[in-house]
Design a protein around this ligand. Structure first.
Ligand SMILES: [Cu+2]
Length: 377
């Protein structure tokens, strides 16, 4: 285990209001290089061009003059200015009181109407990822991953992000095609940003915080999936979303593990998980019935590794390489979903049994990227 290092909660109390943040900022930045790096990455050297064309922030002050951060700063950090360890914030909490919540993998139904109003709130929250481990998450809506978003190709998605955290954050929807400097700009604590997009392609897409260092923000829990249906619905199926991610953890302080940025750079995770809980679907499997069509939307959040998705004892009758229903290939044993990518897998099981679904890159499967599909007669 690494040498323990200071965690931000030593400097940040429970309050995450903008006023509280600003009053603490100078002390915080003097003591915590990574927070400084994150803030510096989000502070423009020129006036914010996004103000002219983007939906204005809901709060008004000079603090709103933010521009999209530049993820090239990841490289500069690696080159010599790497932070000591974690950039995560461990909120005040008693780990024993934090229950484990199984992340429901079921694709939520489409809501009515062609305009989808999606709102998320960024919160620093302790999250239990298994029986032994509570992490100091940076979250969308308090969970890792954030909520599953389900829309249709051609919908108008009106998105609002409210930052109740202590440093700037942002949102990058891979289902959008949009000017990232405008839409994916960072929101300071206490502020909101809004933008609108129309998904042009169906499929399984990642969303994530895009504030630099992106590695740290995704690595600290800021990711999720947006599922886009094609105009003509696919065949009826039991539909599940699996988002793979890695956890790189520092030694727990008071029972809560912060995230370890240098470990993220090393790309050797402590855990790899589907939907934020290593092995959670071994403990409580996904259940379907014989002959039901099963559709997995598999998204690799990373921050670094891909997912060689495989179901033991089965083959996928269909894998969509791109937007379904096109680009289908058939009779597939394993297919790799790249970090930052998403793909759609289908199978139909005609025998009852227990079928593990795994990342067949077993160094990652062994670290928790494994679950069980129970097929009942
Ligand atoms: Cu973030």
């Amino acid at each position: 285990m690494p040498t323990p290092t200071p965690i931000l909660p030593d400097f940040i109390a429970q309050s995450t209001t903008r006023r509280g943040f600003l009053s603490r900022a100078s002390t915080l930045l003097a003591a915590v290089p990574i927070a400084e790096a994150a803030l510096a990455a989000c502070t423009p050297s020129k006036p914010d061009r996004s103000q002219a064309s983007a939906t204005p922030d809901t709060a008004t002050s000079s603090a709103t003059h933010l521009q999209n951060p530049d993820s090239r700063l990841d490289t500069s950090l690696h080159a010599g200015n790497a932070p000591p360890t974690s950039g995560a914030v461990a909120p005040a909490a008693t780990p024993a009181d934090i229950p484990f919540h199984r992340y429901d993998p079921t694709l939520p139904p489409l809501s009515a109407g062609r305009t989808k109003h999606i709102a998320m709130t960024i919160r620093e929250a302790p999250v239990r990822i298994n029986a032994d481990t509570v992490v100091a998450g940076w979250t969308f809506d308090g969970t890792i991953p954030g909520p599953i978003v389900h829309v249709r190709q051609g919908d108008t998605v009106e998105f609002t992000l409210t930052n109740n955290g202590s440093i700037p954050h942002s949102m990058d929807f891979h289902a959008s095609q949009i000017d990232p400097k405008t839409a994916f700009r960072s929101a300071l604590p206490g502020h909101s940003i809004s933008y609108t997009f129309t998904p042009r392609y169906a499929g399984a897409f990642l969303y994530h915080c895009g504030t630099a260092p992106v590695l740290m923000h995704i690595g600290s829990g800021m990711f999720g999936a947006i599922i886009v249906d094609p105009p003509t619905p696919l065949a009826p199926a039991r539909e599940f979303v699996l988002i793979q991610n890695e956890f790189y953890l520092a030694r727990p302080q008071s029972g809560i593990a912060a995230f370890d940025y240098n470990k993220m750079l090393s790309t050797q995770p402590d855990y790899v998980a589907f939907n934020g809980g290593p092995g959670q679907y071994q403990i409580e499997p996904i259940r379907v019935r014989r002959h039901e069509r099963v559709r997995f939307y598999v998204v690799s959040a990373g921050p670094t590794h891909s997912c060689a998705f495989h179901v033991v004892g089965q083959q996928f009758d269909t894998v969509y390489l791109g937007a379904p229903p096109g680009n289908a290939i058939h009779g597939v044993q394993t297919f790799d979903v790249a970090a930052g990518g998403g793909m759609v897998f289908e199978l139909q099981v005609d025998v009852a049994g227990e079928f593990p679904f795994v990342n067949h890159a077993f160094g990652h499967g062994q670290k928790g990227a494994i679950g069980v599909l129970v097929v009942e007669a």
